[in-house]
Design a protein around this ligand. Structure first.
Ligand SMILES: NC(=O)c1ccc[n+]([C@@H]2O[C@H](COP(=O)([O-])OP(=O)(O)OC[C@H]3O[C@@H](n4cnc5c(N)ncnc54)[C@H](OP(=O)(O)O)[C@@H]3O)[C@@H](O)[C@H]2O)c1
Length: 254
């Protein structure tokens, strides 16, 4: 079987929330494909640790401290990306978080704002800065990390479900708006992925058993399961795919 080149060598890739978990796995995979990679996160010590992990693998990464829901910090991130690389080919909007919510109707306004801001407004703010750079370079790929929580209401995750559903409609809207600019916009919706974020779900054997019972393939996702789909969407193999949401869930939504 012939090997296809993903065409990512030399491409400039920004991964938000790339200092640990899924974002880091995506950033490492992009760098292994020869891409020039920049990651952001809020905490400098997490970025420094990630940079060290990249170095140990013989890879390079640009790190920048930025909160995706803080407009001026996002602007500074992309000014630095432009100064350093001059262009942008791939954006992975990976930042996401949840705070366990007893019920949406009882949630304080501040909790609603925080979860919507980080998951949904952050995706908008980052994309808004990335698009002009991509247009300058003649096109690009935007990949938003959603969740199957966008497709099925889950107790304790109500606001997160709403935010991720918003991310998926944002994906479709941007795909239509940016199609003529040769910018593809797609999303990936995983089930539980083994990362620090989801540790409460997989570190407790009873809870893990309950979750895997709902997944036909009988296990939760590893970061590598999601990385493969992100690489596909970043590559030229998916040039005619836009506005699509790909679930990576071992069949659980089927
Ligand atoms: N893990 C799962 O089970 C699962 C399932 C479905 C979907 N997802 C989605 O997958 C994505 C990645 O999740 P993960 O599990 O890898 O999360 P994670 O382990 O908590 O990692 C989150 C990363 O984002 C950074 N970050 C968090 N808030 C940020 C903010 N406001 N601004 C900038 N950076 C921020 C973190 O660094 P700092 O803390 O230093 O900022 C860290 O690098 C999220 O969109 C999540 O919703 C995860």
């Amino acid at each position: 079987m012939g090997k296809r080149d993903l065409g990512l060598s030399g491409k400039v890739v920004v991964v938000t929330g790339g200092s640990r978990g899924l974002g880091k796995a995506i950033a490492v995979a992009m760098a292994e494909e020869g891409a020039r990679v920049a990651i952001c996160g809020r905490k400098q010590e997490n970025l420094d640790q990630a940079a060290e992990d990249f170095r140990e693998k013989g890879l390079e990464v640009m790190t920048w401290a930025a909160h995706v829901a803080k407009s001026e910090e996002v602007t500074a991130l992309f000014q630095e990306v432009e100064a350093r690389f001059g262009t942008l080919d791939v954006l992975v909007n990976n930042v996401g978080m949840n705070i366990l919510t007893p019920s949406v109707s009882e949630a304080p306004e501040s909790l609603w704002d925080k979860i919507i801001e980080t998951n949904l407004k952050g995706t908008y703010l980052v994309t808004r800065q990335a698009v002009p750079l991509m247009k300058k370079g003649g096109g690009g790929k935007i990949i938003n990390i959603s969740s199957i929580a966008a497709h099925k209401a889950a107790i304790g995750m109500g606001i997160y479900c709403v935010a991720k559903a918003g991310v998926e409609m944002l994906t479709k809207v941007l795909a239509v708006e940016l199609a003529r600019d040769k910018i593809n916009v797609n999303a990936v919706a995983p089930c539980v992925v083994r990362t620090p974020f989801s540790q409460p779900f997989w570190s407790d054997e009873k809870i893990l058993k309950e979750i895997t019972r709902t997944i036909p393939m009988g296990r939760i996702a590893e970061t590598e399961d999601v990385v493969g789909t992100v690489l596909f969407l970043a590559s030229s193999l998916s040039d005619f795919v836009t506005g699509e949401i790909i679930t990576v869930d071992g069949g659980s939504m089927a």
